[in-house]
Design a binder for this molecule. Structure first.
Ligand code: COA
Length: 375
């Protein structure tokens, strides 16, 4: 017997600390001045390039981002540090990703009126894992007291939608009753805050999505009509950090390629058509017209990118409430972005309304989840 999967609740953990663009630009510019002073001779000799200052006006215009939440701002804003500073944790206490994930997952369970006993699967889906093993998902499972099984998966910014597809397929097949897809994203720790081209892009957050069968859903929920995932290899978003690092020549040096790198212009040009076509094909295959989509919850990387995709998919400029953005407050939170938008802007949908979650990013990867509201 097959089941019909549904999203019955979401949970959101938002770190308390925020960094405004003004604070960020001040810190970057202080760092750039220090760098230029310390390397004055090499710059004068033409051996290295001077660092150019960053600007608030550029950041808002190019991305739409106004601030970001982070786990630690002190290190990021210290021009002599330029990355988060986290306290050491013993192996006997929860890891940071597990702690963030448990907070979001607990909120999702409470919102659905569910307990750990109702869940058989935890997927921790994120763009970076703080350790190789044991899986963060198994630690979250243990902290929540869930039986069954858990595993980690990484599809960068598309991790949440790929995780939802995996969970929905298992609920449909009956191999699990309910699943939590948890997305703890500590993007601040793999962003290069010393690079003005990207230092404004990311923030930290955790989201959790509860997926169960419509047979057991008690309150209002979103039936998962269909999911669709696609990937196409690209080096335009890349991070070379990994377990082979110390084995490679110069692997342990302070290297630019050991943090997030991207060719932003190319990403923009290549990913926008890929995503627009993906969504159009996905809804058409399910007999849902663009005019029937009440809401698009898109990946939150760049406002203009979302404006383009929304226009292409709907065939007109979307109204702000049809395609809500949260990136002005959270920046790009990798896989969690579309789920934050969904969790904040979905309660008002009515019985029978359709909506679509879509994430996209490194890989390249794109994942979409077509939903129908049941009030
Ligand atoms: N402050 C001031 N100027 C800056 C700057 C900053 N922080 N960063 C870059 N600039 C400069 C550049 O050096 C460039 O100068 P030039 O014209 O003299 O060469 C100019 O501003 C334009 O830079 P560019 O990188 O072309 O800007 P952009 O309009 O493409 O915006 C992104 C940059 C990254 C915001 C944009 O390309 C983007 O969002 N791409 C998609 C990214 C994405 O979705 N990634 C997914 C990650 S998961």
């Amino acid at each position: 017997m097959t089941h019909t999967p549904a999203i019955t609740a979401t949970g959101l953990f938002t770190p308390e600390q925020t960094i405004t663009n003004a604070e960020l630009v001040d810190a970057f510019n202080a760092y750039a001045e220090l760098f230029n002073e310390e390397h004055a001779a090499a710059i004068a000799a033409g051996e290295i390039e001077a660092k150019e200052p960053s600007s608030e006006a550029f950041i808002v215009k190019a991305s739409g981002i106004e601030q970001r939440h982070v786990i630690d701002k002190t290190g990021i804003l210290d021009p002599r540090v330029m990355h988060p500073l986290l306290r050491q944790r013993s192996d006997d206490e929860p890891s940071l990703m597990a702690e963030m994930g448990v907070d979001a997952a607990t909120k999702a369970l409470a919102a659905a009126g569910r307990s750990a006993d109702d869940v058989d699967l935890v997927i921790c889906a994120a763009s970076n894992m703080e350790r190789a093993y044991p899986a963060i998902a198994v630690e979250i499972q243990n902290l929540l007291g869930i039986s069954g099984f858990a595993f980690d998966m990484n599809v960068a910014c598309s991790s949440a939608t790929f995780g939802i597809q995996a969970a929905a397929d298992m609920v449909r097949a009956g191999s699990v009753r309910a699943a939590l897809v948890v997305n703890p994203e500590i993007c601040s720790a793999h962003l290069e805050w010393r690079d003005r081209d990207c230092h404004f892009i990311f923030g930290d957050v955790a989201t959790a999505t509860l997926i169960e069968s419509t047979d057991t859903a008690t309150g209002a929920h979103f039936e998962i009509l269909s999911t669709r995932c696609a990937t196409a290899f690209s080096n335009n978003i890349r991070n070379n950090n990994g377990f082979l690092r110390r084995s490679r020549p110069d692997g342990m040096k302070d290297r630019r390629d050991m943090q997030f790198m991207q060719n932003g212009r190319k990403v923009f040009k290549e990913v926008v058509p890929m995503v627009s076509d993906h969504i159009a094909d996905h809804i058409a295959a399910n007999g849902v017209g663009a005019d029937e989509l009440k809401r698009l919850w898109l990946h939150q990387a760049n406002k203009s990118m979302n404006d383009f995709i929304g226009r292409k998919v709907l065939g007109r400029t979307p109204e702000p409430d049809e395609q809500p953005n949260i990136l002005q407050d959270y920046a790009n939170t990798s896989s969690a972005g579309s789920i934050i938008a969904f969790s904040k802007y979905s309660d008002d949908l009515q019985e029978g309304d359709h909506g679509l979650i879509c994430s996209f990013g490194a890989g390249y990867s794109v994942g979409s989840v077509l939903l129908r509201r049941h009030a």
